[in-house]
Design a protein around this ligand. Sequence first.
Ligand code: 4NP
Length: 160
Amino acid sequence: MTQKVSVLFVCLGNICRSPTAHGVFRQLVQDAGLADKIRIDSAGTAAWHSGKPADTRSIQTARNRGIDMLDLRARQVNLGDMIEFDYVLAMDDANYADLIDLSLPEYNSKIQLFLDYATGFSETEVPDPYYGGAEGFNHVFDLVTSASEGLLADIQKKHL
Ligand code: 4NP
C-alpha cells in the first residue's frame, strides 16, 4: 500500500483561513478521486479557539461557493505535526515564522507559504479577514482556491 501524502494548513486562529483551505482542498482532492491518497488537516498557531467550529462568516462564504466545512474543529499546531505532515502550509509570514520557531531544523523544509502555489495573484500572504467585512472572506476564498489547485498539481506531479 502506498503511503498517504499529508498536508496541514496553518493560520493564527484555525477558524477562518486554514479551515477554508482545508475545506476547499478537501473538495478538490475528493473531486479528483484522490481522497484515499491525501491526508488533510488544519491547525492554528494560537489555541484561543480550540475545539470550536470555523467562524460563521467563513462557513457561509464557503457554503455559497459549494464547500461544506461544518465538521471542522479548531486545534493548535504542535511539534508532532512537523514530524507527521509532508506539507505544512502557512497562510502568512507571521504563521511561517511561528512554525519555524516551533519546528526543528530537519523539518523546516516542509514549512512553506501556501500562496507559493497560487497563480494569478500578486499577494504572497492570505490576509487575516477576522476583523474585516464580507469582501475579505471572499478574497480569502479566491486566494485559497488558486493555491489549492496549484498544490494538488504539485502533489500529483511529485508523489502520485
Ligand atoms: P484565522 O483568523 O487565523 O484566519 O483563523 C483569526 C481568527 C481569530 C483571531 C484572529 C485571526 N482572533 O484574534 O481571535
